[in-house]
Design a protein. Sequence first.
Length: 275
Amino acid sequence: MDIQTLFSQLDKLPTIPKVVQELIQTFNNDDADIVGVAKKIALDPVISAKVLRLVNSAHFSRGKEVTSIEDAVIRLGFNTVRTLVMASGISSSFKHFDSFDQNAFWGDTFRVASIAKSLAKQTSQPADTAFTCAMLHNLGELIILIADSPENEAAIAAKVDQGLTREEAEQQVLGFNYAKVGAELAKRWKFSEHFVHAIEDQLTPLEAASFNYEAGFIYMASFFNHAWQQDWSEEDIVEHYNKALAIRLELTLSDILNAKEAILEESKALTDLLD
């Protein structure tokens, strides 16, 4: 099987809301009409309601209640509102299906995205780009679950039980892994080549032909998400984290560890999107 065959087995390609498609284009446009985009966000009642609830939550609130998307942009800034809309739109693009724990999956995704955003803030790279790339990083897993056969999924699960990583098991059974599938999905959703490469190179960012910072942030964010969820000690983290990649990204371990509480608080706030 190849990736094109996998996508051909989908009954229908998951679609993202129109306003999210328009927001994607603003990443490449410094002259984007922010007021106009805010008005378009406001026209989507579901996304608007979720974003306003988040804006007024304990984590994002700045005091006085925010009652409109335009006000949210003024109070929090366009980039922050854009990340909230992207999180809401992407997470709502996949419907419930059997054998899929939505809360666990998106909770994990929000944590990785929040960590990636924090890592980018510690460097000179754009935090909202890192957040959005990380929101996309594991969507290939969902495509495989939706489109592939139960027999292949059982074979992948068996190999994971034997000690292989998810990507190793997928590579052995399918001939490709979720990062490659996620990159193809990003292409079909009309994300830029920069986003596509961030997803495609996330498992081996230092081996890519051209280094992509967001791929590096996803790799590091996935590592710290796993370490924190498994309650690793600081000594274990020091021993196992990718020091060469941290140097390439100009990250300091102490800064990452000191940001843990704020990162987990933000990701917890984002899980309200699932309610």
